[in-house]
Design a protein around this ligand. Structure first.
Ligand SMILES: [Zn+2]
Length: 129
């Protein structure tokens, strides 16, 4: 098995992007996580060009499905995200973008977009034998 961390250095960014599995709209979800404390900040959509821009600029770029245009996180709000790493998951159809977040990640002013608790029942994992 090739070492994935080594592969990232050996393969060009374009080849790495080609290896991703975009959906039928040409998009891939990108989960953005705080690199310091692991807080999940937000989820956005990227197409191949947004991934390329994110990898090459060190800032997060997304594709807006509603506006049909690229947007750079923080370009208007100043709440920028400075990329520390971009990882693909095991199916290569979801990205994890670890960032240094400036200010709140959510446009509502909260640090994370994930604030609406749906009230799940909590169950205990079986005690390991
Ligand atoms: Zn939000």
């Amino acid at each position: 098995m090739p070492d994935p961390s080594q592969a990232a250095d050996d393969v060009s960014p374009d080849a790495r992007i080609d290896g991703l599995r975009f959906d039928d709209r040409g998009l891939i979800p990108a989960v953005v996580q705080d690199d310091h404390d692991q807080t999940v900040l937000m989820v956005g959509w990227m197409d191949a060009e947004a991934v390329r821009r994110t990898l090459s600029t060190g800032r997060t770029w997304f594709w807006s499905r509603s506006r049909q245009e690229y947007w750079q996180k923080g370009a208007t709000s100043g709440h920028t995200q400075h990329v520390r790493s971009v990882l693909a998951d095991c199916d290569a159809d979801t990205l994890l973008v670890r960032v240094e977040q400036v200010g709140p990640a959510c446009h509502t002013g909260t640090r994370s977009c994930f604030t609406a608790d749906l009230g799940a029942e909590q169950s205990s994992a079986p005690v390991p034998s």
